[in-house]
Write a protein that binds this ligand. Structure first.
Ligand SMILES: O=c1ccn([C@@H]2O[C@H](COP(=O)(O)O)[C@@H](O)[C@H]2O)c(=O)[nH]1
Length: 273
């Protein structure tokens, strides 16, 4: 998917919501456990119930890898279901990969070609040659961890290396890489006070923003400092949506939660445009 297609979908739906598909068999309604592929069946129900309020879905691969080959199959079925039934949806493999170039090229092939995701999250620590194999894919997007939502972000990312904080160096340096128009960045919703500085360095880039809902980040604060003229944000909620109810009404509850966030997004967009 191109960035322009993503922007036009956001405008059409008045939504920049990303639903996180972080499926834990201990948290889904018990009746799914009798199904052949409980994870996929749960995802299918969540996607069907929420797709009109969302523009992106983000399975975090840890939740699939935890179940071995079966989990990987569930991931494959989920991405195929999205691509076949909702091709307008932007898909994110939250896999946080990155290795020497030769190995990164295999990760890129696995997620972009074999599984057919539109994007993947990647750690910047190993530098340019670890990221370029992802950037080489046309109309695919590499989402670099810049300033993460967790407490540990303060251990390294906000520390100064020389004159400048490490996360700022990640932004400044990576935006000069070849095909950097295919780069997006992860910035946590719990770090809203940093968005102004981030936008000074990368005014036009899309930001994937996890951390509203279960982690307590605030959508309005993120939008106040993070929105740009192309909206430029994908705001993720995982547990807050998919586990809105553990009962038979789980899909309606997830839809209700997604709708609530989309409604707030629309109000924010109406206010700024
Ligand atoms: O900085 C980061 C990077 C990634 N994540 C991931 O996003 C979701 C958030 O889930 P919630 O249930 O909405 O808290 C999850 O997959 C994280 O691994 C993040 O939270 N922060």
């Amino acid at each position: 998917m191109t960035t322009n297609q993503l922007i036009s979908e956001i405008r059409k739906k008045n939504s920049f919501l990303c639903v996180g598909l972080d499926v834990d068999l201990e948290k889904i309604p018990a009746f799914f456990l009798k199904e052949e592929d409980p994870i996929f069946s749960f995802n299918k129900a969540i996607i069907d119930a929420t797709h009109q309020f969302a523009v992106a879905y983000k399975p975090n691969t840890a939740f699939y890898e935890a179940y071995g080959i079966k989990g990987w199959k569930s991931l494959e079925k989920t991405i195929n279901y999205l691509n076949e039934n909702y091709p307008e949806i932007f898909t994110i493999a939250d896999a946080k990969r990155g290795d020497i170039g030769n190995t990164s090229s295999r990760y890129a092939k696995a997620f972009f070609e074999d599984l057919g995701f539109d994007s993947i999250t990647v750690a910047p620590y190993m530098g340019k040659d670890s990221i370029e194999p992802f950037l080489a894919f046309e109309n695919k997007h590499t989402i670099l961890l810049a300033l993460t939502s967790n407490e540990g972000a303060y251990d390294f990312q906000t520390k100064k290396v020389g004159e400048q904080e490490l996360y700022k160096q990640v932004l400044e340096t990576s935006k000069q890489w070849k095909n950097s128009e295919n780069l997006m960045y992860v910035v946590g919703a719990t770090k809203a006070e940093y968005f102004t500085d981030i936008r000074k360095i990368i005014p036009d880039s899309f930001l994937l923003v996890p951390g509203i809902g279960a982690q307590g980040g605030n959508l309005r604060d993120v939008c106040k400092y993070g929105l740009n003229s192309n909206i430029g944000l994908l705001v993720n909620s995982s547990r807050g949506i998919i586990y809105a109810s553990k009962n038979d009404d789980f899909a309606e509850a997830a839809a209700g939660e997604a709708k609530k966030i989309q409604f707030e997004m629309k109000a924010i967009l109406d206010g700024v445009h």
